[in-house]
Ligand binder design. Structure first.
Ligand code: PEP
Ligand code: MN
Length: 340
């Protein structure tokens, strides 16, 4: 349920409305917009009589929210959520470029890639240290050592780091990580999501291989309901009957999510396609569709990468992509954002 307040509500009346709602065991989520204030109510609102709420003078309107996700719902929070990332932000009109290898392989590799992507204009460095591989015999990542190397790369370049956590028992190793990634295979690992709801770090939540948009939003809701509202959604392709690409990038998810939620949405064209030469066209398409950024795999030697070499851009190709994005951005800002 949401309550829309009249402009400049009287503070004493607001206080009495809030205590009236709290006495009915409801959590209140305040959202201050430019013209109005919205109170989002979480809890069993079936017991609330809308007529009684309307009796408070400061109330403009009251609406029931049908969707099962509340805190992630744009109706609760009409303005875009903006999340700090390094010296910049993600969401709210900026375009974030996260780039780096699928996995951290060595000190030299991660330092070279970090420097290259930084020079090309990346805003954050990605790199897997704990890898969710389909085969138990494949390279599983450098684990703590990989995180230590990412931190060295951050110290050398200033780029904030984004890396995947698969198991809550490894959380201790992530203390200095800037953004924790939840991989597609873990999107509905509710125990993990609850743990991440208790920490104060942005969470990059990837859409599951066969998850609907509503299921993605419910997973975001798990993190938010547990206290952490810094969630970045990531469309990374879903499984369809098509086998020409690794997955099918669901570009429609971008405008749909923009309508349904205030959370930032980024796109991973690398895992979506599995093919390096398709990464650029889909990156530009994601930008045109209104995404808040990209997460792209870049490797200094894709042919010898320990994982996902076929979809990794060379630093040169990434730099060309970054230039194309810079050229397209002003046009997209003019054409796409006001249309929402
Ligand atoms: C990754 O980003 O390295 C990864 C494994 O992605 P996903 O979880 O989307 O497959
Ligand atoms: Mn990968």
């Amino acid at each position: 349920m949401i309550i829309i307040l009249k402009p400049d509500p009287d503070p004493t009346q607001l206080e009495s409305l809030q205590s009236w709602l709290r006495s009915r065991d409801l959590d209140i989520h305040m959202s201050q917009g430019q013209t109005s204030t919205i109170m989002g109510l979480v809890g069993d609102t079936t017991v609330v009589d809308i007529g009684q709420i309307r009796m408070f003078d400061i109330v403009e309107d009251v609406k029931r929210v049908q969707e099962p996700y509340k805190k992630a719902n744009r109706k609760f929070h009409p303005q875009d959520t903006v999340i700090p990332l390094g010296e910049g932000t993600i969401g709210g009109g900026s375009f974030t470029l996260i780039a780096g290898p699928c996995s951290v392989e060595s000190k030299e590799q991660i330092l070279v890639v970090a420097q290259e992507v930084k020079r090309a204009g990346a805003t954050a460095l990605r790199g897997g240290a704990y890898k969710p591989r389909t085969s138990p015999y494949a390279f599983q990542g450098m684990r703590e050592e990989g995180i230590a190397l990412l931190l060295e790369a951050r110290a050398a370049t200033g780029l904030p780091i984004v890396t995947e956590l698969m198991d809550a028992s490894d959380l201790g190793a992530f203390e200095h990580v800037d953004v924790i990634q939840v991989g597609a295979r873990n999107m509905q690992n509710f125990a993990l999501l609850k743990v991440l709801g208790k920490i104060d770090k942005p969470i990059l939540l990837k859409r599951g291989l066969a998850a609907t948009i509503e299921e993605l939003l419910m997973s975001a809701e798990y993190i938010m309901a547990n206290g952490n509202e810094q969630v970045i959604l990531c469309e990374r392709g879903i499984r369809t009957f098509e086998v020409a690409t690794r997955n099918t990038l669901d570009l429609s998810a971008i405008p749909v999510l923009k309508e349904l939620t205030h959370l930032p949405i980024i796109v991973d064209p690398s895992h979506a396609t599995g093919v390096a030469r398709y990464v650029r066209p889909l990156s530009l398409a994601a930008l045109a569709a209104g995404a808040d950024g990209l997460i792209v795999e870049v490797h200094n030697d894709p042919a010898h990468a320990k994982c996902d070499g076929a979809q990794s851009l060379t630093p040169e190709a990434f730099s060309e992509l970054s230039d194309a994005i810079a050229e397209m951005l002003p046009i997209v800002h003019k054409a796409v954002i006001p249309a929402r």
